[in-house]
Design a protein around this ligand. Structure first.
Ligand code: FAD
Length: 410
């Protein structure tokens, strides 16, 4: 059994960034990260793997190589929380005691909620950029498709990177257009939601691409079943719940699974009625337990679930946790910043950057980069700058783009 001053659950984007941010502020702090997996993924790269721009290998590193020096790695999964005892239980019924806890286990992909999907993923033309091993198959399918029907589906919100289902469509269409085969391909986007993108300022630019690619939009249609052998996808029409399922044949299907809080989180004492970790959206401190913080995809703060959000959240959590420990004198506030670089064609991105309530939060002046317009600079950012910003900046606790302002509470 273990005992540490700070324990972090999950060595993903949020967990590693927060460990590094804490170490940058307080090098002697005794920190342990609990993470069962051997590998850490740069998931934002998977859209570009599916678009034939990145090699999948560029999106993965060992956990051992990303955990900062002098942070202990407890290689196990967390099973349960006992916040009143300041303790978590990990696999094998071992316990880990803490003074402060940071919870960032990410989001669960519910592949099994779509009947028949798991069985056929990776074959019969069925793929998803939401899995490391499948993103290369997306590109295989795109390269080989010369005619027929291509379907892209989007599950109910919330999901991580809400733009990713349509990014896959745009990059595929761009390839088909350049190959001269787009005219022979019927492109269909089936979205469970009722709008193309949740922040309206970005929709006009996206609609131009929908028209350019002649993609057909079907709203309030939820993918519920896939028959891989006969290549038929079935959708529920949410606007007409009593209508029979809409069945349609496909040659390629890019499916995105419904998503939910991880099971061990859902059943824990840390969550709200919907199963997300219940935090104050400004300080990221748990609403009930003062010595617990959370960040990333598993919280109920109403920001876009993105690595960009975690990049801004990590220093806020580090600062506020150290404030609780009496090390830091001011409190930091998170404004809900999240970002979604919409890859509308190879070489151009519509860079959505916004905070709570859909408030636009551009990181550059609009004469340099207008996020509501497709931009080459934003593509350059996505392809060339964001990966090193992630690996060498965010995960190393170098807060070039995320230094939080602090204030001293009265
Ligand atoms: P993760 O990075 O997923 O890490 C969670 C960690 O917790 C994992 O290491 C996991 O193994 C661990 N864990 C799980 N269960 C347990 C347990 N029981 N005990 C201990 N540890 C556990 N974001 C952007 O900013 N821009 C983009 O363009 C973008 N595109 C995306 C495209 C795709 C296809 C996908 C899938 C995601 C994309 N994202 C993007 C979203 C981004 O990857 C996530 O928002 C981000 O990784 C969230 O960080 P996190 O730390 O909450 O979770």
């Amino acid at each position: 059994d273990y005992s540490h001053a700070v324990v972090i659950v999950g060595a993903g984007a949020g967990g590693v960034a927060v460990a590094s941010s804490l170490k940058a502020r307080c090098p002697d702090l005794d920190i342990a990260i609990v993470e069962p997996n051997e590998v850490h993924y740069y998931q934002p790269g998977w859209t570009l793997v599916g678009g034939g721009v990145f090699n999948a290998n560029e999106t993965v590193r060992t956990v051992a190589s990303v955990i900062p020096q002098n942070v202990k790695w407890i290689k196990a999964g967390v099973a349960a929380f006992s916040p009143k005892e300041n303790m978590i239980v990990v696999d094998g019924c071992r316990t880990v005691k803490y003074e402060h806890l940071v919870v960032c286990p990410g989001i669960k992909l519910d592949w099994s909620k779509i009947e028949g999907l798991s069985e056929t993923l990776g074959e019969n033309g069925v793929t998803s950029n939401y899995r490391f091993d499948l993103a290369p198959y997306t590109w295989e399918l795109v390269k080989n498709l010369k005619k027929g029907k291509a379907i892209f589906s989007q599950p109910p919100m919330p999901i991580k990177c809400a733009g990713a289902p349509q990014k896959a469509m745009y990059l595929s269409c761009d390839h088909w257009l350049k190959e001269g085969v787009l005219g022979n391909i019927d492109v269909q986007f089936y979205n469970t939601g009722a709008v193309l993108f949740g922040v309206k300022e970005y929709v006009p630019a996206l609609m131009e691409y929908v028209q350019k690619y002649n993609a057909h939009l079907n709203f309030e249609h939820q993918l519920v079943k896939v028959d891989g052998k006969s290549k038929v996808a079935s959708f529920k029409n949410l606007a007409e719940p009593d209508a029979p399922l809409v069945e349609t044949e496909f040659d390629m299907l890019h499916a995105v699974p419904p998503q939910s809080p991880p099971d061990f989180i859902k059943v824990s004492p840390l969550v709200d009625a919907n199963g997300w970790i219940d935090v104050d959206q400004s300080t990221l401190q748990h609403k009930m337990y003062e010595n617990i913080f959370a960040l990333g995809d598993a919280t109920n703060s109403p920001n876009a679930k993105t690595a960009a959000a975690a990049r801004m959240q990590a220093p806020v959590v580090a600062n506020n946790l150290l404030y609780e420990r009496g090390v830091q004198t001011g409190k930091a506030i998170y404004n809900g910043y999240g970002s979604c670089p919409l890859t509308v064609e190879r070489g151009k991105v519509v860079l959505a950057e916004f905070g709570y309530g859909g408030k636009i939060l551009n990181s550059m002046p609009s004469w340099v980069l207008d996020g509501t317009k497709p931009s080459r600079l934003a593509w350059y950012l996505k392809e060339k700058l964001l990966p090193p910003i992630y690996w060498e900046g965010m995960l190393k606790g170098r807060e070039w783009l995320a230094k939080p302002k602090t204030h001293t509470p009265q």
